[in-house]
Design a protein around this ligand. Sequence first.
Ligand SMILES: *[C@@H]1O[C@H](CO)[C@@H](O)[C@H](O)[C@H]1NC(C)=O
Ligand SMILES: *[C@@H]1O[C@H](CO)[C@@H](O)[C@H](O)[C@H]1NC(C)=O
Ligand SMILES: *[C@@H]1O[C@H](CO)[C@@H](O)[C@H](O)[C@H]1NC(C)=O
Ligand SMILES: *[C@@H]1O[C@H](CO)[C@@H](O)[C@H](O)[C@H]1NC(C)=O
Ligand SMILES: *[C@@H]1O[C@H](CO)[C@@H](O)[C@H](O)[C@H]1NC(C)=O
Ligand SMILES: *[C@@H]1O[C@H](CO)[C@@H](O)[C@H](O)[C@H]1NC(C)=O
Ligand SMILES: [Fe+2]
Length: 492
Amino acid sequence: MSSSLSILRVLVWAAVLGICNGGVTSQFTRKSGKPKVMPFGSDVFAIPPGYNAPQQIGFGSCFQCHVPRALTPAEEDVLEAFAPAVPVLVVHITQGDDVGEGVIVMWITQDEPGSSTVLYGTTEDDLDRRSTDGSFRTYRFFNYTSGYIHHCHLRNLKYNTKYYYMVGIGLTTRMFCFITPPEVGLDVPYTFGLIGDLGQSYDSNVTLSQYEANGKGQTLLMVGDLSYADEHPYHDNRRWDTFGRFIERNIAYQPWIWAAGNHEIDFAPEIGETVPFKPYKHRYRTPYRVSHSTSPLWYSIKRASAYIIVLSSYSAYGKYTPQFKWLEAEFPKVNRSETPWLIVMLHSPWYNSYNYHYMEGESMRVMFESWFVKYKVDVVFAGHVHAYERSYRVSNIAYNVVNGKCTPVFDESAPVYITIGDGGNLEGLATNMTFPQPNYSAFREASFGYAMFEIKNRTHAYYEWHRNQDSVAVVADSMVFYNRYWYPIHES
Ligand SMILES: *[C@@H]1O[C@H](CO)[C@@H](O)[C@H](O)[C@H]1NC(C)=O
Ligand SMILES: *[C@@H]1O[C@H](CO)[C@@H](O)[C@H](O)[C@H]1NC(C)=O
Ligand SMILES: *[C@@H]1O[C@H](CO)[C@@H](O)[C@H](O)[C@H]1NC(C)=O
Ligand SMILES: *[C@@H]1O[C@H](CO)[C@@H](O)[C@H](O)[C@H]1NC(C)=O
Ligand SMILES: *[C@@H]1O[C@H](CO)[C@@H](O)[C@H](O)[C@H]1NC(C)=O
Ligand SMILES: *[C@@H]1O[C@H](CO)[C@@H](O)[C@H](O)[C@H]1NC(C)=O
Ligand SMILES: [Fe+2]
């Protein structure tokens, strides 16, 4: 498209939107108070029955499918056919994992290591395959010692297939199931759920319950700030365990894709804990090697029709740093004829108009924003600010220190920025906004909730944000996305 045409288009929108005014500040007020953390004895934290029962099962999509049961003779045969599981401490992830043919299963046993093997198969009564690379490890944090944290890979799975899997082999077993995604491709419909800053408050439980009741989400994109264990005395790591048990009811059936938030850092030199991200990295694995990343904190995956890039707001991103060099090499790899939708997840938002964390995302924006525009990222999901906000398609990349061009402008090649840090947290809603609403901000509201990004085909995706206190049918904000590569016209 010619640049004069795009200038004209910008002027037309400007006229339509009224250039100096931002969008809508919702007048909806939530009955709120500070979120209350669910106490240790809460039902959502219940430890599963049975000796050494696996808990905090992580990853994997479908509906409730099972109760514990004994191994069948056929499954015993499968186990016998293999050598006993020997923990392997170095794990390589197959190429398959980045396109949805593989999953990582994680779980914790408390009393003893038990088995790191997962039995799985496509029939509930015949789990004919067995993972071979399982391992476990533990960590200490101040005076806390973790349980045995296991993980393993299930590889070369068939697309669009329901798998059953069993953990806890040999002692108390538990069975779950998930559905693999469709093969990566151009017009593959797929729905991503979105939750940020979840925590383990009563509000967190309502958000997760509403997300589940909505039912459309096939994979959850979690934009960071998971357990908020660091807000408890001495970063009480038992709160990482309760968080794991809380979310198991969802994440054992449907994969969650993580970005690291500031509450994952757990940097506490006052109690001798100086290794950033220690509990998080021990507990939550990512398939980062597949995308040639050198850190689990930034990586990419392809899933259905989406290419998802996950960045770390709390790792170095200046020029020459590992994250910078990785991202520089990463964008050219995206093939929009294969994965039309380009999504970025990061924790600290670049376009935020609340008086919380204001401009904290600015330094990363300065480093990376021109790439986002050049490679036509469709949407950026962030959290951190405990509220909801959606931007127009804007960019702010013309500034060169002396030219004075330092305000965001409408830009059809730019992503929409969505802040969805409203999962439930522990600190309360961000209610204090900047006024007037800046002209990059399209819609903002201080309520808890979650969203759905429903990809229809290469050109269209439907997006909806829901408050957690409404019935699931109520849509509090929505937008039809037109793909920036295949259909880069203004979404009116
Ligand atoms: C850890 O230390 C804190 C503070 O001294 C104490 O309250 C807590 O009971 C200790 N926990 C364990 C597992 O020792
Ligand atoms: C959490 O939500 C679930 C499902 O809605 C409900 O059964 C459970 O009682 C809730 N627990 C707490 C502590 O709010
Ligand atoms: C992009 O993907 C399409 C569809 O898979 C393929 O035909 C094409 O060769 C790829 N382009 C590049 C540059 O790899
Ligand atoms: C926002 O307002 C500033 C100042 O009036 C203007 O320079 C800029 O182009 C506007 N940006 C958008 C996205 O409307
Ligand atoms: C809102 O934030 C502004 C800027 O930080 C501050 O000056 C003001 O006091 C805050 N208002 C309230 C009600 O907290
Ligand atoms: C893509 O999906 C949208 C929304 O469902 C539909 O209107 C459009 O016709 C579809 N485009 C193609 C090429 O199928
Ligand atoms: Fe945060």
